[in-house]
Design a protein around this ligand. Structure first.
Ligand SMILES: Nc1ncnc2c1ncn2[C@@H]1O[C@H](COP(=O)(O)OP(=O)(O)OP(=O)(O)O)[C@@H](O)[C@H]1O
Length: 280
């Protein structure tokens, strides 16, 4: 076998063994036992692959299981059936390769720590107990992440002194500092005003591409999902699984104005909106 053939075989084996970094859900489902003892089906078992480096959104009515889906991938909840792998690793707790950005930045940021120290938290997570950098080096790296999310010069402020959009930028910088392969975001921009929201969407697209991330994004907002994603997964109501798995075939870079006038966007918007409203 020539070295080119060996490389091709190796690539093929990696692709099929999940080593490529894809997220693979195999019959992954979740039932909760409610306080009254009744079983709540939060997510019917689903099987799908999310390609390494792709941007995928989950949409659907309230209670359809979007957050549950994300929390299962994040290892924050255990599956009731099936399995989830990120690359070769089975998810059975929060994996080092994934970071989670919550809707409630108030709760997820350490309010008593400065912006810089919040990001330091992510950086130290990356290196574990062994400190890889001096404090001065850490500060330099942290300032780099802050500049990247548009927060240059904000190192010494406290989260409570910042707007909601700025706090969510801190949460994103902290996630990036942990050098993840996968970024999981649950309604991250729903609590910020419309203009900050579009700026954050543009920022997220830049970060996704520059850091070669796989992004899994939960939102109520179909337009936001279509603007950002390569693929939009629509969930049926009441945890009944996947209603539609749509490819958003619009090239990047995308701009807010152009995408919203694109016939492919308008067609999908109509279809997805119909599906979500129709499940009433
Ligand atoms: N810890 C829990 N115990 C019992 N039931 C739960 C628990 N967490 C979620 N559920 C139920 O599972 C179902 C799916 O919830 P989930 O939060 O995943 O939906 P969602 O689509 O993210 O909703 P929303 O858009 O309102 O956030 C709901 O019926 C919810 O009440």
């Amino acid at each position: 076998m020539t070295s080119t053939e060996s490389l091709a075989v190796d690539r093929d084996m990696r692709a099929h063994s999940g080593l490529s970094g894809d997220i693979v859900l195999a019959g992954a489902g979740k039932d909760y036992v409610a306080l009254d003892g009744n079983v709540v089906r939060a997510l019917r078992p689903v099987s799908l692959t999310i390609d390494r480096g792709s941007f995928v959104s989950l949409v659907g009515r309230s209670g359809c299981g979007k957050s549950t889906f994300l929390r299962l991938v994040a290892g924050l909840e255990a599956v009731s059936s099936g399995s989830i792998h990120i690359g070769a690793d089975r998810v059975d707790g929060p994996p080092d390769s994934a970071r989670y950005v919550f809707q409630n930045y108030n709760e997820s940021l350490l309010q008593w720590r400065t912006v810089g120290d919040n990001v330091r938290f992510g950086l130290r997570h990356r290196h574990g107990p062994r400190r890889a950098h001096s404090r001065a080096e850490e500060n330099e790296i942290i300032n780099g992440y802050l500049a990247e999310v548009g927060l240059a010069g904000q190192f010494s402020r406290y989260p409570g002194e910042l707007s909601g959009g700025m706090q969510q930028r801190v949460a994103i910088a902290r996630a990036l500092a942990a050098s993840p392969q996968v970024l999981l975001l649950d309604e991250p921009f729903s609590a910020v005003d419309a203009l900050s929201r579009s700026n954050l969407q543009d920022l997220l697209l830049r970060i996704w591409q520059q850091h070669d991330l796989t992004v899994l994004f939960v939102t109520h907002d179909i337009e936001e999902a279509l603007f950002l994603s390569q693929r939009v997964i629509v969930l049926h109501e009441a945890g009944a699984g996947i209603a539609r798995d749509a490819t958003v075939d619009i090239p990047y870079p995308r701009t807010q104005v152009d995408v919203r006038e694109d016939p492919r966007y308008l067609r999908l918007r109509r279809e997805v909106l119909g599906l979500v409203l129709g499940s009433e």
